[in-house]
Write a protein that binds this ligand. Structure first.
Ligand code: PRP
Ligand code: URA
Length: 209
């Protein structure tokens, strides 16, 4: 069973509280969710392999560490996952981005796929699936199942807020996937929204509703 990493860095917690506030407007919400994604990415990439190369500084020659060329892909779950992409690309500009469109059917609450476009070499890449909310876990689990169908073997999941139910779901369906979150909240309400959560992440990022 892989791990749930609850990232408790003070900067992350401060920014998350701004996202939770219902009075935070679209512009600030968008900026901050991108910053939160970057801070989470910093932790989620802690195990990236390094190699030594020779570099001439202005003073001397030495052997120094650079990333070992591991190929990464970011896969946002549309729509809300898009809000996390730019913050991650600020840190890993060469990562490729695949998109998977899922929405929760309001009646059944089950994920419905409506779009998919992946890099052609997705199976060879380390994948980070991103979505601000892990509620029932249905969307994240479906996205990961989909990526495994493409041959992906190294997958991490990055969310901003998770409900315990969502973590249980992903760990049951995908025990090989590490989960990175800034908070694990209390529970889901009758509409499968996270309590206290931050509301509808997609609506708050895109200003819909
Ligand atoms: C939200 C959220 C997740 C999903 C989480 O998306 O961004 O994708 O719900 O719920 P789950 O864990 O119960 O599957 P939503 O379906 O509202 O679509 P949107 O991003 O287009 O707003
Ligand atoms: N999707 C959201 O955007 N928010 C929730 O709390 C649950 C699902």
């Amino acid at each position: 069973m892989e791990k749930v990493h609850v990232l408790d860095h003070p900067l992350l917690q401060h920014k998350l509280s701004i996202l939770r506030n219902k009075d935070t407007g679209v512009k600030e919400f968008r900026e901050i969710i991108s910053e939160v994604a970057a801070l989470e990415c910093y932790e989620a990439t802690r195990d990236l392999p390094l190699k030594e190369v020779e570099i001439n500084t202005p003073v001397a020659t030495g052997k120094f560490k650079v990333l070992a060329g591991k190929k990464l892909a970011i896969v946002p779950i549309l729509r809300a996952g898009l809000g996390m992409v730019d913050g991650i690309l600020d840190l890993i500009p060469s990562a490729k981005v695949g998109h998977i469109g899922l929405y929760r059917d309001p009646e059944t609450r089950l994920p419905v796929e409506y779009y998919c476009k992946m890099p052609s070499d997705i199976a060879d890449r380390d994948v980070i699936v991103v979505d601000p909310m892990l509620a029932t876990g249905g969307s994240a689990s479906a996205a990961i199942t989909f990526l495994k169908g493409y041959g992906c073997k190294s997958i991490k999941l990055m969310n901003v807020i998770a409900a315990p139910e969502g973590i249980t779901c992903v760990q049951r369906d995908h025990p090989d996937v590490d989960i990175y979150v800034a908070a694990v909240d209390e529970r889901l309400n009758d509409h499968a929204y996270i309590v206290p959560g931050l509301g509808d992440a997609g609506d708050r990022i895109f200003g819909t509703k």
